[in-house]
Design a protein. Structure first.
Length: 574
């Protein structure tokens, strides 16, 4: 008896040392499951039903169900970085099962004693009303065929509780808020039952304050919504007053057409200029080629003349003539160099003009590409310096590529405008229908207003009747107040009688307490006498046992001596 009491005391001490979270009530569980049916469907699907708890042993004896349950447990243990995993076949060893149970108790924040964890586990399961019954003897040998299904069911149940607790800790928004009205009603009824009127008044004032704060917040939200609605109505009026989408699109299309015409005229002018410059360049290149040929011929003639001069014998007249010819040749060379410098200057000016024109073409091409992107066309101009024809310079032929795309875009805009016109006509028809409906609703409102006026008149009549009734009830209340006063006087008399009766009952209680104390003292004296007799009887039994032990030892010695004597006699005779 003392050992059992000590075990219970230790279990309660370990439980109070780190109590587990109390299980939710049936109402909270129902509300919790109803609110989180969609968010935690996987957890609800893995949770066994409470129906058929008596058949749990049959369910967990099935080999396929055992393997699926062990896989579920191992996945949870691996997610918690637990080093041990239970095996399906054969049955896991006792050490793995005990370590797993201790780890699961730690996951639900239940501190258990490392030496007497089985007592804590049994107490924990009883406290949480576990549907599977397990004993300390079963926990000492959990892998036997008789105990293993129940132990597996307990492990599965603890894993589900641990998963639920982990889910709540990781998702604090998952726990639904309690209904404030229900909480207020429960608390007020509890204070009413206990007779705590002051706490009831405090609770009422606190709840009314919360309601007033909620009312203020709702009014602020309503005012904010009204401001937003006013802003939206202003935006709607501006949209109604402003141009429609069709007009805006038409204006954009007209602007784009103007830009297109300007671009086309500029491109045509630049194309003509480029052609003229190309012609001038061709003429200048031909002149440069001709000048190069003349220069080459003159250099050859000079070489031949030098050779002929070196071979000939000269006189004074020939020397003078050659000087004059050399002077003429030098003048021609200087004139040719001056002319070449002029042609080079003109070529440089032409090149600078061509570069400027090319840069202008590049800027125009960039503007055109941006306009084409706004028009959502896939055509893009890529300017090429080495192109000879306009199409090669711009990278795209206008007549074969750009013009068809613009024509298709124009056709699409026409189709969209026709569709918008059709939509406008349908909207106008709908607006006329809505106007007719509004007129019919206005007539209905007028009829409803007339009914409201009639009801207001009836309400006024009812108010008059209520005033008459209130005056009657006031007279009745006065009469009842007088009767209540009379009853209060009678109650005072009754209270006096109750006070006298209470004094008498207290005296009787004191006498009964004295008698019970005397009886307790007598019982204690008898108990002490019994204890003394038991101790004397125990001493007598101990002495008898010692005498019996000495007698048994004497008899054993005598028997051994007799056996030795018989043995000697037998040996002597042999």
């Amino acid at each position: 008896m003392r050992g059992g009491a000590a075990g219970k005391r230790k279990a309660t001490e370990s439980f109070t040392r780190a109590p587990p979270p109390p299980p939710p009530s049936s109402v909270e569980q129902h509300r919790h499951l109803g609110n989180s049916r969609d968010s935690d469907a996987s957890f609800a699907s893995s949770r066994p039903s409470s129906i058929g708890i008596g058949r749990a042993s049959d369910l967990y004896t099935d080999r396929s169900h055992q393997s699926s349950t062990i896989r579920f447990i191992n996945t949870f243990l691996s997610s918690q970085n637990f080093p041990i995993s239970l095996r399906t076949h054969p049955v896991p060893p006792v050490k793995d099962i005990s370590e797993t149970l201790r780890f699961l108790l730690s996951t639900v924040d239940y501190a258990c004693d490392s030496l007497k964890w089985d007592d804590d586990l049994v107490f924990f399961l009883k406290f949480l009303s576990c549907p599977y019954k397990v004993t300390k003897s079963g926990l000492r040998a959990p892998n036997t065929p008789h105990n293993w299904p129940t132990v597996l069911a307990v492990v599965h149940w603890l894993v589900q509780i641990a998963r639920y607790r982990h889910h709540l800790s990781s998702n604090p928004s998952f726990v639904p808020d309690a209904n404030s009205v229900n909480f207020f009603a429960i608390q007020s009824y509890r204070h009413f039952i206990r007779g705590e009127d002051d706490l009831v008044n405090d609770l009422d004032s606190e709840y009314l304050g919360k309601l007033e704060a909620e009312k203020v917040s709702v009014a602020e939200t309503i005012s904010g919504c009204e401001k937003i609605s006013g802003e939206l109505e202003g935006k709607l009026e501006t949209l109604r007053k402003g141009p429609s989408k069709k007009e805006a699109k038409e204006n954009v299309i007209a602007d784009l057409k103007k830009d297109e015409n300007k671009f086309l005229t500029m491109v045509a002018g630049y194309n003509e200029r480029i052609r003229a410059m190309e012609k001038v360049l061709e003429e200048k290149e031909k002149e440069i080629v001709a000048k190069d040929e003349e220069r080459r011929q003159i250099s050859e003639e000079n070489k031949e003349l030098k050779k002929s001069v070196e071979l000939q014998s000269f006189n004074v007249r020939d020397v003078e003539r050659m000087r004059r010819e050399l002077q003429a040749v030098e003048r021609d060379v200087s004139e040719a160099e001056v002319a070449r410098d002029g042609w080079e200057q003109k070529a440089w000016e032409l090149n600078s003009q061509i570069r400027n024109q090319f840069h202008q073409i590049q800027t125009l091409a960039i503007d055109c590409n941006q306009a084409l992107r706004r028009l959502k066309l896939d055509v893009q101009f890529a300017v090429n310096e080495k192109g000879e024809l306009p199409g090669e310079v711009m990278g795209v032929d206008y007549k074969s590529v750009v013009k068809p795309a613009l024509c298709s875009l124009y056709d699409g805009i026409k189709e969209s405008s026709t569709k918008k016109v059709e939509e406008l006509t349908t909207l106008q028809h709908q607006a006329s229908e809505m106007a007719s409906k509004m007129e019919s609703k206005k007539s209905l409102l007028k009829s409803i207003q007339s009914q409201i006026n009639e009801l207001e008149e009836k309400v006024k009549l009812v108010k008059k009747e209520i005033q008459d009734l209130t005056s009657k009830y006031d007279l009745e209340a006065k009469a009842m107040a007088e009767s209540v006063k009379a009853e209060a006087l009678s109650l005072e008399v009754v209270e006096k009688e109750a006070a006298e009766f209470l004094k008498g009952s207290e005296l009787r209680l004191q006498e009964a307490v004295k008698q019970s104390e005397e009886e307790v003292q007598a019982c204690a004296a008898q108990l002490f006498g019994l204890i003394d007799s038991v101790s004397t009887h125990k001493e007598y039994i101990d002495s008898k046992i010692s005498e019996m032990r000495t007698g048994v030892a004497d008899t054993a010695n005598a028997v051994s001596e007799i056996y030795k004597a018989n043995l000697k006699m037998h040996l002597g005779s042999s």
